[in-house]
Design a protein around this ligand. Structure first.
Ligand SMILES: NC(=O)c1ccc[n+]([C@@H]2O[C@H](COP(=O)([O-])OP(=O)(O)OC[C@H]3O[C@@H](n4cnc5c(N)ncnc54)[C@H](OP(=O)(O)O)[C@@H]3O)[C@@H](O)[C@H]2O)c1
Length: 290
């Protein structure tokens, strides 16, 4: 069996590639440019192409049985997703596992949620066997906060105080590989959520303890946050992320015990927690500093 992974050079996709290889599956990755040497395992086949280019997408699907479809947050995310899906259907792929997002139906005013919701309804309507994965906040997002945490002493992500669900990328990758290699997952939608909720003050306290210094949560002034983000990314993207965090803050993103139990059954182990990831990461940072 051969599986095409879109986003296979990114955070989730590269973990999905590894999980599929572990299960003896042949893997092809679609990337817009030749990945740097060492980025992907040597036995992975690479197809060069953009998800906005149907001809390249169709070429990438030649000799492929199933698709792991991850679409990066982009202004034309839905078009990219529909091109991949339409061609997957046309060439007769037998399964699509799609990476959506937790509570996608609740936040329809967030552009990248609206795209994913539309894509979910396409999957349900047009007949190719599918599995939908709906992950919470990626725990590994916070691996990029080394400078903020260790130098500035701040936890800057405006995730609020109520508690939102989060998931380890390794658990997403396992769930994806299971859905693509085992039976019984057609037509299923899985919420991918870790065992503990996270919050701004809670994460600040976790890192304070692990790093042995005072870390302050910078709070949730969304106006100011969007303005800061605009200096780092295009305006539409800063708006999209602000809408997401503001919605999490206003309406909450807490998962339920039932969802954690269902994921535990799917994975065959308890999902990894934020605290475990933070502990591992703090060790790595301390080791690299000494
Ligand atoms: N971060 C979170 O907390 C969170 C939570 C829930 C869901 N999500 C969802 O997770 C996804 C992001 O996953 P990630 O963090 O793994 O992404 P990532 O690390 O940013 O990687 C993006 C991937 O998409 C590929 N890509 C981008 N534009 C493309 C195009 N036009 N054609 C072909 N490939 C393209 C890139 O490949 P090349 O650069 O090699 O071409 C890369 O492999 C988004 O859908 C997001 O909504 C994120």
């Amino acid at each position: 069996m051969k599986i095409l992974v879109t986003g296979g050079t990114g955070n989730v996709g590269s973990a999905v590639v590894n999980e599929l290889l572990k299960r003896g599956v042949e893997v092809r990755v679609l990337s817009r440019k030749q990945p740097e040497q060492g980025k992907l395992p040597t036995d992975v086949d690479v197809a060069i192409g953009d998800l906005l280019e149907p001809v390249a997408v169709e070429q990438a699907m030649q000799g492929i049985d199933k698709l792991f479809l991850l679409n990066a947050v982009a202004a034309d995310e839905l078009t990219q997703a529909l091109i991949a899906y339409g061609i997957a259907k046309r060439v007769g792929l037998t399964h699509v596992t799609y990476l959506s997002v937790y509570r996608v139906e609740q936040f329809r005013d967030v552009p990248h949620f609206a795209s994913k919701l539309a894509m979910e309804s396409t999957l349900r309507e047009f007949g190719v066997p599918y599995t939908i994965l709906r992950p919470g906040y990626f725990i590994q997002n916070d691996g990029s906060l080394k400078a903020a945490l260790t130098e500035s002493g701040i936890y800057p992500i405006p995730i609020g105080t109520a508690g939102i669900c989060a998931v380890d990328i390794r658990d997403i990758a396992e769930a994806a590989a299971i859905s693509l290699t085992e039976t019984g997952h057609d037509g299923q939608t899985y919420n991918l959520v870790g065992p503990t909720l996270i919050s701004g003050p809670g994460n600040a306290a976790t890192w304070s303890k692990l790093l042995g210094r005072d870390i302050k949560y910078t709070g949730h002034d969304f106006e100011q946050w969007e303005q800061q983000m605009r200096a780092q990314m295009l305006g539409w993207r800063a708006f999209d992320l602000r809408m997401m965090f503001q919605n999490f803050f206003d309406r909450g993103l807490a998962s339920t015990e039932t969802e954690v139990t269902r994921l535990t059954t799917l994975l065959g182990h308890t999902p990894r927690s934020y605290e475990d990831f933070a502990t591992e990461t703090a060790h790595i940072w301390k080791a690299s500093a000494s």
